[in-house]
Design a protein around this ligand. Structure first.
Ligand code: ARG
Length: 580
């Protein structure tokens, strides 16, 4: 809708330009917003205020000329001038109702596919396998998963890449420990955190052990079969831990999406050689570096991207360069989105710049770091266990489900045990995910069980409950939300109009997320939609409506609301419930 209004305005601007009222060379950035107060129309534009100066006119006078030049559109019933010169557009309710009827008849609920579709690499989760996944990886996993789902829903070809840290010096220490304690494979590996701690302790206390570990890294990197075998065993265990978590979280990631750092090993020498050939390498204290003039430290000294250490070893950056080349040249991606901690922002700026300069990626390929802030504890301080350790994801999810179980049981003591458990699971896991997704990704956020499990406010329990209310309406009819429903939508009351206006914004919200990688706007949207359904439900009786035409119309609005809520929650990676 906003796009069509923008087109109408563009048309009017062009006409005024051809009439000589607006200066020729002026390119206007036409903005159209949803209005808050529907008595002032449904959409507003400040275009007359923006163009008043170049046109040398008063905004309200220009607004009048613009309105005269606007082409007629059946979707718009009226355009009015407000305040200092806003153009307010009133949507034609009959046309809106018709659009919603069309959406209802469409199994993609009226969301058009992206044209042209793109191939998008989504780099997400990407934990280091030497350790257990921790809360920091939760954000990358959940936010990345939601954005990948949205991109896919819009018809893009999404390639998920779990760029796990499965290479590097820590592996020498872990292998040395495994060799020293062959039985640890069965016992301690069940708890990677503990295994890592034990190995680290040996490393720190015994110089011989440390020596052995360093030797093993060299052997491993040289491709020693015994070392490789052990390393592989270790990674399999660690990856299966990750997979358990993905499954439990309902995240669309499988072993097939893993493309770890180690997979780029064979490319790294060539990456360095290629940088050298292009004249981009500088040797600095024995290390191979790329200096780009735009990156300087506080003292205005150029910052290096180090691609090879003096001892010949490669780095995180080198692997990322190889990964970019692979994503562009082999996967032929149009975009690559990196869901990685904000603290790596400079790393990404620098490696993106090097990859472009070295032409490792197609010039048209978009590289975007979708950074996120830190997850803090309820007190706003870094998230730690009571004894100061890192919080393990498994423990967090267990607690979420336990708390949800207690809550649901209190509300519904008569529910069967098995149903209680499945509801608690959906609510508990959903709450953890939703709390994360509903905040802007770039801000830090405080993890707070009480807040995320509340049935009030912008939370998972509130939204899941809102969906069950729609579902319960349909249980009292012969239809489902997906049935072909009789009748058609008519928007007579204010509550119906407000609900309808929100329903039609779904596609716009999804396109925004595809562009910016910000799922929180879908959360805000669904929260608003649920609120609007609530006032519709209170003000407009559905099943007991006065006449059949009204009943059918309201049932249709309810069905579209239910389907939009369900689809939206699914795109966020939340399971909906039919009752709770
Ligand atoms: N393994 C890294 C970490 O835990 C994140 C990797 C992100 N992806 C990438 N292509 N660098 O910090």
């Amino acid at each position: 809708m906003k796009d069509s209004i923008r087109n109408l305005i563009q048309h009017a601007v062009n006409q005024l330009t051809s009439e000589g009222i607006l200066p020729e060379e002026f390119v206007a950035n036409i903005q159209v917003e949803n209005t808050r107060d529907k008595t002032h129309g449904d959409f507003a534009s400040n275009i007359a205020m923006m163009l008043a100066k170049p046109a040398k006119m008063k905004p309200r006078d220009l607004a009048e000329l613009l309105i005269k030049a606007l082409p007629a559109d059946p979707q718009i019933s009226e355009v009015a001038i407000a305040g200092p010169g806003f153009l307010n557009f009133f949507q034609n309710h009959a046309a809106l109702a018709q659009r919603l009827d069309q959406a209802l008849a469409d199994n993609h609920i009226g969301v058009p596919l992206q044209q042209p579709a793109q191939r998008v690499v989504v780099d997400l989760s990407s934990p280091n396998l030497a350790k257990e996944m921790h809360v920091g990886h939760l954000r990358s996993t959940i936010i990345g998963d939601a954005v990948a789902r949205v991109l896919e829903f819009l018809g893009n070809d999404v390639i998920r890449q779990n760029h796990v840290g499965d290479w590097g010096t820590q592996f020498g220490m872990l292998l040395a420990y495994l060799l020293e304690n062959p039985s640890a494979k069965e016992t301690q590996l069940a708890d990677l955190e503990e295994f890592y701690r034990a190995a680290k302790q040996r490393f720190d206390e015994s110089p011989e052990f440390a020596e052995h570990a360093r030797g093993l890294v060299v052997k491993l990197q040289a491709g020693d079969p015994e070392c490789l075998r052990l390393w592989q065993q270790f990674n399999e265990v660690s990856l299966s831990h990750c997979q358990e978590l993905y499954d439990r979280l309902g995240v669309k990631l499988s072993m097939a999406d893993v493309r770890g750092e180690s997979s780029y090993n064979p490319e790294l020498a060539d990456i360095v050689a290629s940088l050298r050939e292009k004249g981009l390498l500088t040797e600095d204290a024995g290390a191979q570096c790329v200096f780009l003039e735009q990156f300087k430290n506080a003292e205005d000294k150029p910052l290096p991207v180090i691609v090879q250490k003096a001892d010949g070893g490669y780095l995180y950056s080198t692997t990322d360069l190889a990964a970019m080349r692979y994503r562009s040249q082999t996967l032929q991606a149009d975009r690559a989105l990196y869901f990685v901690d904000q603290r790596q922002a400079l790393h990404f700026q620098m490696v993106f710049a090097v990859a472009r300069r070295a032409e490792f990626v197609h010039p048209a390929m978009q590289l975007e770091h979708m950074g996120f802030g830190t997850m803090n504890g309820p007190d706003g301080r870094p998230f730690k266990t009571r004894d100061g350790g890192t919080v393990k994801l498994v423990d967090l999810l267990n607690e979420a489900e336990q708390r949800a179980y207690a809550l649901v049981k209190e509300k519904n003591p008569e529910l069967a045990q098995s149903e209680l458990h499945s509801i608690a699971q959906a609510v508990g896991i959903g709450a953890v995910k939703y709390a994360d997704l509903s905040k802007h990704r770039s801000s830090d956020y405080s993890f707070n069980f009480e807040q995320m499990l509340s049935f009030e406010g912008n939370t998972a329990p509130y939204l899941l409950y809102a969906y069950t209310r729609v579902a319960s309406v349909f249980r009292r009819t012969d239809f489902t939300m997906n049935s072909a429903l009789p009748g058609s939508i008519a928007l007579n009351s204010e509550a119906e109009q407000a609900l309808a206006a929100t329903l039609q914004r779904f596609a716009e919200v999804l396109y925004n997320i595809a562009d910016k990688g910000t799922p929180h706007i879908l959360c805000t949207y669904l929260y608003e939609l649920a609120g609007q359904f609530s006032s519709f439900y209170e003000n407009c009786p559905i099943l007991s409506a006065d006449d059949e035409t009204t009943r059918h119309s309201r049932l249709r609005l309810a069905a579209l609301t239910g389907r939009t809520l369900k689809q939206g929650l699914e795109l966020l990676g939340l399971k909906t419930l039919e009752r709770m």
